[in-house]
Design a protein around this ligand. Structure first.
Ligand code: GLP
Length: 242
């Protein structure tokens, strides 16, 4: 495990974007595993800026996202498809057909999960997976549980996660309580993992996932066992680790 200490959100975003851009420069056909949420928006912004300067070419890159809500159409601003298009894909030269997210509208969710695992395999696995961290230690939407779920699966979101994400939803919008997420094995099979964490409110969970017991009750704790795992965390998130 490698920990990169950064000063703040901007610093974290630049450093993570640097790692992703190096990956894409070294292998133009990289498979990037991508996350949503507030933590990673600045990383996408930075990558777009460098793309516009001509520094990065995404034309052969393939992306596969961690998760998607069940029941939101892709044009719904709260869907992760909308988030990825509007915060990243629409601003770079990646062909849309090279971008994958679970289909949260599938009539047969079980089959959708199986086909998502199949897509990951067909792409040859994930070269670099970008992760954020939930307040309860979730990665993707793998919520605290009695056992680790290996494959892509349907999950009922915890109260903590629903509350943490409520600020994305306007008053009259229905917030889904179900999602499809890659499983822990899908995540752990990524060749390289970069976890980005910032802010005081993530400091105690960051300490638990990095130095606590490895347990499905704190899903991110499994990352301790990954052979190529990098954490980029700002001063506030690191405050309990000094
Ligand atoms: C969300 C997403 C995760 C994300 C995490 C942190 O619920 N499913 O992929 O990494 O929670 O979100 P944020 O960065 O907004 O704190």
């Amino acid at each position: 495990m490698k920990i990169i200490n950064v000063t703040d959100y901007e610093d974290m975003s630049r450093k993570a974007a640097n790692i992703i851009s190096a990956q894409v420069i070294l292998n133009e056909e990289s498979v990037l595993g991508l996350a949503t949420g507030s933590t990673v928006i600045g990383i996408y912004r930075q990558l777009i800026e460098w793309y516009k300067k001509g520094d990065i070419n995404f034309s052969k890159v393939r992306t596969i996202n961690l998760d998607e809500y069940i029941g939101l159409v892709p044009t719904n601003e709260q869907s992760y498809r909308y988030y990825m298009n509007s915060n990243f894909f629409n601003h770079i030269n990646i062909p849309m057909e090279n971008t994958f997210l679970p289909n949260g509208l599938a009539s047969d969710i079980k089959r959708e999960c199986e086909s998502y695992d199949h897509i990951i395999n067909k792409l040859g696995g994930i070269d670099l997976l970008l992760l954020g961290l939930g307040l309860n230690g979730h990665i993707g939407f793998n919520e605290p549980d009695d056992s680790f779920e290996n494959k892509t699966h349907c999950v009922k979101l915890s109260k903590s996660t629903i509350n943490a994400n409520a600020h994305f939803f306007k008053n009259n919008e229905v917030q889904p309580n179900m999602a499809i997420t890659m499983g822990i094995k899908n995540i752990m099979q990524a060749k390289r993992i970069v976890l980005c964490v910032c802010g005081k409110k993530k400091s105690s969970i960051l300490k638990r996932i990095l130095y606590g017991s490895v347990t499905p009750q704190v899903p991110g704790s499994i990352l301790q066992l990954h052979p190529n795992f990098t954490v980029i965390a700002d001063r506030e998130a690191m405050q309990l680790l000094k």
